[in-house]
Design a protein around this ligand. Structure first.
Ligand SMILES: [Zn+2]
Length: 258
C-alpha cells in the first residue's frame, strides 16, 4: 500500500552499495525504519531530504508484515537550514533526534510527540538566544508523553505541594521516583547530589512555557549544568539504551552554554 505521511528523519545509515536505511518519526505510524533505494547515488531523487533533522513528506510503500518499509519519495516540507550551519543548533537538534531514536519504541504513533519534535526543531532553527532551553523543554515533554513524567508539583514522599515555604536552597531529586523532596522530608534523607532551588524553578518554568517563548528565559551556565545532570541521570535510570549526548557535552562541559 502506498501511503503519505509527514516525518522527521532521526538517523540515516548507508545500506549496501547505493542505498540508505533511514529511521523516521512519522506522524501516522510513529518510529519507522525505511529503505531508500539508490539514495547514495549522486542522481538520487531523494536529494538532501534524508539528513537527520529533515522535516519531510514521505511516500511509503508499507506492508504490515514487513519489519522494514520502502521509501518511494521524500520531499522537504520546510528546510531547517540554520540547524546545519550553526554548530550549537546542530548539536541540540541532533540530541533531540537521538533522544527520540532511543526513547521511543517502533510503530507507536503519537501525533503529540510528532508535533513536539517539529515545533522544537522549527523554533530552534530561528531562535537567536538561549537555544539550550529548547532541549530541556523537549526532554521534559517527551518524558511526559512516554510515561516518565517528572513530578514538579508535590513532594514525592509526603505529597505536600512544593512552594517557597517548604523548599530550601538545596533540593533532593529522586531519579527512582521521578520527583523532588520538600525541605522537611529532605532533612531526614541522605543524598549524594543536591540541586539548587534555581534549577528546580527553572525546570518548572520550562515545563509550563510555550515553545514560542521558551527561549525568553536566561538560565545561568551553572544551572544549565545542573539541569543537564538531573535530566541525563533520570533518563539513564529509566531507559534501556544509554543516552550520552556526545555532541552536547562539547559545550556543556566547557561552560559554553549561554
Ligand atoms: Zn515531603
Amino acid at each position: 500500500m502506498l501511503t503519505k505521511t509527514e516525518a522527521v528523519v532521526l538517523r540515516s545509515l548507508r545500506y549496501r552499495e547505493t542505498s540508505k536505511i533511514v529511521t523516521l518519526y512519522t506522524k501516522k505510524f510513529g518510529k519507522l525504519n525505511v529503505v531508500a533505494k539508490g539514495a547514495m547515488l549522486p542522481t538520487s531523487k531523494f536529494g538532501a531530504s534524508l539528513e537527520p533533522m529533515s522535516y519531510i513528506l514521505a511516500v511509503l510503500y508499507k506492508k504490515e508484515t514487513r519489519e522494514i518499509q520502502f521509501l518511494s519519495q521524500a520531499d522537504l516540507i520546510k528546510p531547517f537550514l540554520n540547524l546545519y550551519s550553526n554548530f550549537e543548533k546542530m548539536a541540540l537538534g541532533l540530541s533531540i533526534c537521538e533522544i527520540v531514536y532511543k526513547l521511543i519504541k517502533f510503530e507507536e504513533e503519537n501525533p503529540r510527540i510528532f508535533k513536539l519534535i517539529v515545533d522544537t526543531l522549527d523554533k530552534l532553527n530561528v531562535a537567536e538566544k538561549n537555544e539550550i532551553n529548547l532541549l530541556w523543554f523537549f526532554i521534559i515533554h517527551i518524558l511526559e508523553e512516554s510515561g516518565f513524567k517528572i513530578n514538579f508539583v508535590s513532594c514525592i514522599l509526603c505529597g505536600e505541594k512544593l512552594g517557597d515555604e517548604n523548599l530550601s536552597e538545596k533540593i533532593i531529586f529522586s531519579s527512582d521516583r521521578g520527583g523532588f523532596l520538600c525541605s522537611k522530608c529532605g532533612a531526614g534523607a541522605e543524598a549524594k547530589i543536591y540541586y539548587s532551588i534555581v534549577t528546580f524553578k527553572s525546570l518548572v518554568w520550562l515545563e509550563r512555557a510555550k515553545v514560542e517563548s521558551v527561549t525568553n528565559l536566561k538560565i545561568p551556565s551553572n544551572i544549565n549544568n545542573e539541569i543537564h545532570n538531573l535530566l541525563m541521570e533520570y533518563m539513564r535510570r529509566h531507559l534501556d539504551e544509554p543516552i550520552n549526548l556526545k555532541s552536547l557535552e562539547v559545550f556543556i562541559n566547557s561552560g559554553r552554554t549561554k
